[in-house]
Write a protein that binds this ligand. Structure first.
Ligand SMILES: [Zn+2]
Length: 508
């Protein structure tokens, strides 16, 4: 096929050997009984069949006495494993596909090319064919990206893409593997002072889509913004690597040529920041925190970040902002954190504030900025909790009376019925009968429904059946142990009760 790449740069020396060595999904030890030899498809070495005489026993080279997992043999030359394969069988349709990314210096320019490759095993020394799909050309003056467009019906062409980055790996190209890449950045290019190796390896996980994307971002950044080199050389490599990883921040001015302007801080801050080896996240925190607490120093940032940003939603934050001087509050919380070692967060403070408001306390300085915040917090929350329980219980009794119209038990034959008096009674009933009526406490306290106990007159304290009567005066359910239904006599008892109840309700 005609070479129509935008830049016809030659492939690096040894690319094919590299692909065969590193990028075969399955390598083979192809053996010929006629020629009494074995060929390794990884390293290309030929050696006598006598070295592995056992592999000839099966027609396809497999060893029937062994498990499928142990079919591979080791090439004595390159010490890689390969699947034994008889030269006479099944190699015609044998192919492997993948992708190789390589780099090459050319004058001042650095090229990066992405090739698809195909390995063809028709010849026992396999052939590798290449098909370029992307080229990137990087110099100080211009950064170019060219992608190949695989059109319909076999048409294709190259087009320039503005955003410099790695093209997404192909999806519909047989099998596609993300292979190791070659790189070759020579002295004399515009990138000769760039720290390409660090950019390339700055990650624990090997995935060349991530690695090469990072590398491309770093190289582009280095060429486009002199600030990259300034940051690198003055102890801010983390910021550069964060940018290579794709992070951006409006608190980094990459067009500036002076550290103070690049970092948007004053000289003292620059010195303090250098000690911190800050990440972009740290820089963002510094600026965010200074919006709330202008007095914050670089060394306060980590602690203030933990105090101010952990689990606080905007509603709570608004409440705090409305009632307090946040700058002063943060100073107090920081002081307490440092003095006591307790982690006192703005979120805790918001809970505290909510509690004292609910308790109706006067929001004076003593309440808003308590001396020992953590103690004040615990006390206020406990008190508010108690108050809520009292209110719940009072409402519970009130609504039970209102809906059922009853104060005490009604007896009919052997059975009696009465409203539950307290939330605790409901919990006990729930536990005794193993049903879920305890979850109704809230709804009863809100007047949405009511709960009545049906018991045997002889055993008035022993839970028997539990009935729900809603606020419209309808029986919703009646359950016994483990949510069981009720027997005939209970059914009759209930319908008698409901008849009376409805009559009374109409007259009430
Ligand atoms: Zn080998």
């Amino acid at each position: 096929m005609e070479d129509n790449r935008p830049y016809r740069i030659p492939k690096p020396k040894g690319l094919t050997e590299y692909v065969l060595q590193h990028c075969q999904r399955q390598a083979y030890l192809i053996f010929s009984e006629k020629e009494e030899k074995i060929i390794c498809t990884r390293c290309g070495a030929e050696f006598p069949l006598q070295k592995m005489p056992w592999i000839r026993h099966a027609p396809d080279g497999r060893r029937p006495e062994r498990d499928a997992g142990f079919l591979e043999e080791m090439c004595p030359h390159c010490r890689n494993t390969g699947l034994p394969k008889n030269i006479r069988y099944g190699r015609k349709s044998l192919r492997d596909y993948g992708r190789i990314i390589w780099m090459r210096a050319y004058g001042k320019a650095t090229f990066l090319e992405v090739d698809r490759f195909m390995i063809d095993y028709t010849d026992p020394h396999p052939q590798v064919y290449y098909d370029a799909t992307q080229q990137i050309r990087l110099t100080k003056e211009t950064q170019e990206r060219w992608d190949r467009d695989d059109g319909w019906f076999g048409t294709f062409g190259w087009y320039r893409v503005k955003k410099i980055g790695l093209k997404a790996p192909p999806k519909a190209y047989g099998y596609s593997d993300w292979h190791d890449h070659l790189y070759d950045v020579a002295v004399g290019t515009d990138l000769q002072y760039a720290d390409v190796d660090t950019a390339r390896f700055d990650s624990g996980r090997w995935d060349e889509n991530i690695e090469i994307s990072r590398l491309i971002r770093y190289m582009t950044d280095f060429l486009k913004h002199p600030a990259t080199e300034i940051l690198e050389k003055s102890g801010f490599e983390t910021l550069v690597m964060n940018r290579a990883a794709g992070l951006r921040s409006r608190y980094l001015n990459m067009r500036a040529k002076d550290l103070r302007k690049i970092l948007k801080v004053n000289g003292a801050d620059v010195r303090a920041l250098r000690e911190e080896e800050p990440s972009i996240g740290f820089l963002e925190s510094l600026h965010q925190i200074r919006k709330m607490a202008p007095w914050a120093e670089v060394r306060d940032v980590s602690e203030l970040d933990a105090i101010a940003n952990v689990y606080i939603n905007s509603q709570k934050m608004d409440m705090v902002k409305e009632r307090t001087d946040v700058s002063k509050l943060l100073r107090r919380l920081l002081e307490e954190t440092r003095a006591t070692g307790d982690h006192v967060t703005l979120n805790d403070y918001a809970d505290y504030l909510e509690a004292v408001i609910r308790l109706g306390r006067r929001l004076d300085k003593k309440t808003l900025y308590p001396k020992n915040f953590l103690r004040a917090h615990d006390e206020a929350i406990e008190e508010a909790e108690e108050k809520k329980t009292t209110i719940d219980a009072a409402n519970f009794a009130k609504y039970q009376r209102e809906i059922t119209g009853m104060e005490g038990p009604q007896i009919r034959g052997d059975l009696l019925i009465r409203p539950a008096k307290t939330p605790q009674e409901l919990r006990n009933e729930s536990q005794a009968l193993n049903h879920c009526v305890r979850t109704y406490i809230d709804r009863v306290a809100k007047g949405q429904t009511s709960i009545l106990f049906i018991r045997k007159v002889k055993e008035p304290d022993r839970p028997y059946f539990t009935m729900e009567l809603n606020s419209s005066g309808e029986m919703v359910q009646c359950r016994g142990r483990n949510n069981c239904g009720y027997p005939k006599e209970v059914g009759e008892f209930i319908s008698e009760f409901m008849k009376e109840y409805k009559k009374a309700r109409v007259h009430a």
